[in-house]
Design a protein around this ligand. Structure first.
Ligand code: GTP
Length: 286
């Protein structure tokens, strides 16, 4: 299924999440640790106002560890925040522990009123391809939720019993990123989060290099064996082209070829663990 990027579609998705929220005690807001800001739905803070929630940074195996620590601190000011790898399950148990802590007062109050003890009800929300199904699988310890590399896969809705005291809504809430912002769109495309956004390969390669210049210039130098790093991105792409022998007859840089190389090597993880968004400069200074 391909995503239809229509405002109506997005409004409908949001409404669906809103409906389900009424049933939920603790919401898990899932973000991509490599693009924690771009993978956030712009309305999420409004949508989840008054709701108990846990922010979870996923795919930490692909992100730069020091940056992940910083982002953990950053998001902790909004809500309790954890970092996980949903492929291996690293960090996943802490989610349940934290949910229990968040619900402790409510459960105690219920008990005091003589009400029957009940499970804590949770739901995962996040943008397409952020790893929602994978996390459901980890939390439920079985492959009941389908995972796939195709954004927007829908599933039959039901509750999954987790370990004693927890239930999870089988269907995650799909929310949309702020994709109308071109910079956000680039980062989503670069991180492979939204495959439907197709950019011209020269433009995408240019953006990859530009972001690397900002967040990990040393990796560019190392990878392409550059003696110095041109601060002009357009020229830098040409330098990489020269290094890789991407020349046309007459000695002009074959920009299409070098762009394909940059994109391919990036997608193959040749630059190592990377966080594409660094902390806003004005944060944490006081
Ligand atoms: N490296 C890595 N990959 C992950 C992690 N979590 C999920 N993935 C991969 O990310 C891709 C998307 O995962 P899904 O669980 O299908 O994502 P989703 O959010 O349910 O996607 P939609 O169904 O489109 O909403 C899959 O290829 C997963 O294997 C993680 O922690 N690390």
């Amino acid at each position: 299924m391909s995503i239809q990027w229509y405002p109506g579609h997005m409004v409908k998705a949001k409404r669906k999440v809103e409906e389900k929220l009424k049933l939920i005690d603790v919401v898990i807001e899932l973000l991509d640790a490599r693009i924690p800001l771009s993978s956030r739905n712009p309305d999420i803070d409004n949508l989840l106002e008054g709701q108990k929630r846990i922010i979870v940074l996923n795919k930490i195996d692909l992100a730069e560890p020091q940056q992940t620590k910083k982002w953990l601190n950053y998001f902790s000011e909004i809500a309790p925040t954890l970092a996980v790898n949903s492929l291996t399950g690293k960090g996943v148990n802490k989610i349940l522990k934290l949910a229990k802590e968040l619900m402790a007062d409510d459960l105690a109050a219920m008990k005091e009123k003589g009400r029957m003890e009940r499970d804590i009800r949770m739901m995962i929300v996040g943008i397409p391809n952020v790893g929602k199904s994978q996390l459901i699988n980890q939390l439920s310890n079985k492959s009941s939720a389908r995972t796939g590399n195709r954004p927007g896969v829908t599933r039959g809705e039901q509750w999954v019993k987790l370990r004693k005291g927890f239930e999870l809504l089988d269907t995650p809430g799909i929310l949309w990123p702020k994709f109308e912002d071109e910079e956000v769109g680039f980062k989503l495309a670069i991180a492979g989060a939204i495959r439907e956004i197709i950019f011209d390969s020269e433009l995408l390669a240019y953006k990859i290099v530009e972001i690397l210049q900002e967040v990990a210039p040393e990796k560019l130098e190392e990878r392409f064996n550059l003696e110095y790093l041109n601060s002009d991105t357009y020229e830098l792409v040409a330098d990489i082209g020269r290094r890789r022998g991407c020349l046309q007859s007459g000695g002009r840089i074959d920009r299409e070829r070098v762009s394909d190389i940059i994109i391919r090597e990036f997608r193959e993880g040749k630059f190592g663990r990377l966080t594409l968004e660094v902390m806003p400069k004005d944060w944490g200074s006081n």
